[in-house]
Design a protein around this ligand. Structure first.
Ligand code: SF4
Length: 693
């Protein structure tokens, strides 16, 4: 009996990674941690991991550990929130394929799409995805079920559980697309699933019996068993070797073995060993169906295969290497895209031939049903498929367009896709290089800011042979600058208000780009009040209105103002500060003849030295300091000359000495009769003083 193991079977990349991560953590931290639900759908492997310290917990409330591992199925945002609230350390092992579905669903739910999820609503992966769909998700099992749903939403987006069956998905897509032409389709069935399904099916067609190994609760293993059964071969789904029965192998001369994505190698090995024991070992041949065995089999079936290939080639007509055909995408795999080019076999675009851009997921570049030109790299490979390139077909077209743009100096638009040493790469249907110095007129600190931007360029170098194109954006900006410059000089007038962009700040002002010409906005013209530094008023990149104070065409100088666009505070000062009123201000400058007090931004009043105090003042700084707040009485306001006179001494009391002098003078002036004694005079002075009080 021959035992053949399917080339793609057992642990998938996502599960392998999750288990390796969990085991590594146990080894490093030596602390048990919880997994939310069993880490994988395989009871035997779960038991093994539990012994090591990875404890499956059914709900968050059951968790007693401080760390939690999120399994490959992922969880909903609500679960993340609950775990955070419990302040648990999260080890997130959500499979990247599942994460991608969650992202798609979240993106479209946010755009108000109804999300159709082909999958099992009860499966944890689908429950997580439903959580990301913000209440707009609808899970269904198959075409029959979706037919019963009332889909009256205009915006529909379809995804699939990662382990879904491709055939079911295709049927659903065909139906929904015929009814809803605007349907957005994302084939999110993971490649591990597709590979396992495909290789199980291929194997099922060659053997008398298929043994499908894996958890009875594992969705992807169940699907493998279902597919094999549907292919018409006797199929047994078992979890472990103990379940194997001798009777299965009567009259069986070849048996195929496949396993779900959550089945560890050690269980597959046990199953194979058990089958070896059942039959006489000499009679058993174990084959791991690798590429080599496939090739051997192909050679055995040589005649027919050759015939088939020839038939395929004839179907393609006179197709030759280097021809360009039109291909329609029929399947998207991680490493290749299958396209229909009109022959019996499908053409293959290896993923690196899809685009010259960095490809993380081919689904980001093409979708099922897309049609585009493809270049024939090989008319047929060993399996009769054409090998095609999308990017080279685009490159040929792009080169022709670039040549035209180069010759005529025309402007082309392209998206910046990558930062590389010395510049950026742009998408011009092929890679185009823009040196950093030719991307802007000035120095650029961060090239990353341009990624994703569609900009205009000129082709300045083109090498058809090496397929290299160098582009410049600066060439266009320079031309625009020169054209604008002339326009500005011709049109600019004193007294007008213009829009400009703050280009550069200095200590004495800001240079404003008026669209090709820079004008100077001096710091003294920025506000009616005192401005310490231009940065207090404007920032580089600001778009502002400016007032043209002066234009000197000969010396190419333009002076600008900002404060002129707001009313002068002096216009209101006459009504606001009447003589005799008291105000508070700050001493801003001291001069030998007095001090300047800022009454409000733009209005400084002068307190003359004689108005500082009733006492004699030699130097103003003996009385006040710069920055001091003072009270003063308004003596006079001259708005035209922008002058205000203030007095500090007027709001303070006259000292006794001053009063005495005043009374003495008064007394003397009254010409008191002679014979009055000094005592009478003093008495009189005090009585007058009292009255003065
Ligand atoms: S089956 Fe696919 S989606 Fe699921 S864990 Fe494995 S790689 Fe990820």
């Amino acid at each position: 009996m021959q035992i053949i193991i399917a080339p793609y079977s057992g642990f998938c990349f996502g599960v392998k990674k999750a288990i390796a991560k969990a085991e590594e953590m146990i080894k490093t931290d030596n602390v048990s941690f919880a997994s939310l639900g069993p880490l994988i759908h395989n009871p035997q492997e779960i038991k093994r991991l539990e012994k090591k310290g990875i404890i499956p917990r059914e709900s968050i409330n059951d968790i007693v550990e401080s760390k939690i591992l999120i399994r490959t199925h992922g969880v909903s945002p609500a679960i993340y929130k609950q775990l955070e609230e419990k302040q648990m350390e999260i080890i997130d092992s959500t499979c990247p394929y599942v994460r991608k579905v969650q992202k798609i669903v979240y993106e479209y739910a946010n755009k108000d799409y109804t999300i159709l999820i082909l999958g099992n609503e009860k499966h944890p992966e689908v429950q997580g995805i439903l959580g990301w769909s913000l209440g707009k998700g609808l899970a269904f099992r198959n075409l029959e079920e979706i037919l019963t749903k009332d889909l009256n939403a205009k915006k529909l987006c379809l995804v699939a559980q990662t382990t879904e069956n491709t055939e079911t998905f295709t049927k659903v897509v065909d139906y929904l697309q015929s009814k809803y032409p605007d349907l957005i389709v994302h084939n999110t069935i993971c490649s591990a699933t597709l590979e396992r399904q495909k290789s199980a099916l291929e194997l099922a067609q060659k053997v008398n019996l298929m043994i499908v190994v894996g958890g009875l609760n594992s969705a992807n293993t169940q699907k493998l068993a279902h597919l094999c059964h549907e292919a018409g071969v006797s199929t047994k789904h078992i979890e472990t070797a103990e379940k194997i029965e001798k009777s299965w192998f009567y009259d069986v001369d070849s048996v195929g073995v496949t396993a779900g994505a959550s089945t560890p190698d050690w269980i597959i090995e046990e199953v194979v060993r058990k089958m070896e024991e059942i039959k006489n070992p000499e009679e058993i041949q174990i084959t791991e169906e690798t590429q080599t065995t496939k090739e051997i089999q192909s050679a055995e079936e040589g005649a027919q295969t050759q015939e088939q290939l020839e038939q395929n080639i004839s179907n393609y007509g006179e197709v030759q290497q280097g021809d360009t055909l039109t291909g329609k995408v029929v399947q998207i795999k991680t490493d290749e895209i299958l396209v229909d080019v009109g022959g019996k076999s499908e053409g293959i675009i290896p993923v690196n031939e899809l685009s010259y851009r960095k490809i993380n997921d081919p689904n980001d570049f093409v979708k099922i049903g897309d049609e585009f030109p493809v270049l024939v790299l090989k008319v047929e490979n060993s399996e009769g498929n054409m090998i095609l390139s999308k990017r080279r077909a685009e490159q040929e077209k792009a080169l022709a367009e670039l040549e035209l743009a180069f010759q005529n100096g025309t402007i082309i638009e392209a998206e910046v896709v990558e930062v590389v040493k010395g510049g950026v790469l742009v998408d011009v249907g092929m890679r185009g290089f823009v040196p950093a110095s030719l991307l802007e007129r000035g120095f650029i600190e961060n090239l990353e800011q341009f990624i994703g931007q569609k900009l205009k360029f000129k082709v300045i170098e083109l090498n058809q042979e090496d397929r290299k194109a160098v582009l410049s954006r600066k060439a266009i900006l320079d031309e625009e600058y020169e054209a604008n410059k002339e326009k500005v000089w011709n049109e600019i007038k004193e007294g007008e208000t213009l829009k400009g962009t703050v280009q550069r700040l200095t200590d004495f002002g800001a240079f404003i780009d008026l669209g090709g010409v820079d004008g100077l906005l001096h710091v003294s013209e920025m506000g009616w009040g005192r401005v310490s530094h231009p940065r207090d008023v404007v920032t580089e990149g600001d778009e502002i209105q400016v007032y043209v104070l002066g234009v000197d065409k000969k010396n190419e100088r333009i002076s600008l103002g900002l404060k002129q666009l707001t009313p002068s505070p002096w216009e209101l000062a006459v009504k606001k500060y009447l003589p005799g009123t008291t105000l508070t201000g700050k001493v801003v400058r001291i001069a030998p003849f007095g001090v300047f007090v800022e009454v409000e931004p733009g209005i400084d009043g002068l307190v003359h030295i004689s108005q500082l105090s009733w006492d004699r003042v030699d130097k103003p700084e003996d009385v006040v300091k710069v920055g001091q707040e003072v009270e003063a009485k308004v003596l006079d306001v001259d708005a035209e000359k922008k002058r205000m006179s203030l007095s500090i001494k007027e709001i303070t009391e006259k000292p006794v000495k001053e009063k005495l002098e005043y009374v003495a003078i008064e007394t003397h002036q009254n010409n008191e009769p002679s014979g009055v004694t000094i005592g009478d005079v003093v008495g009189d002075i005090f009585s007058k003083l009292n009255n003065k009080e």
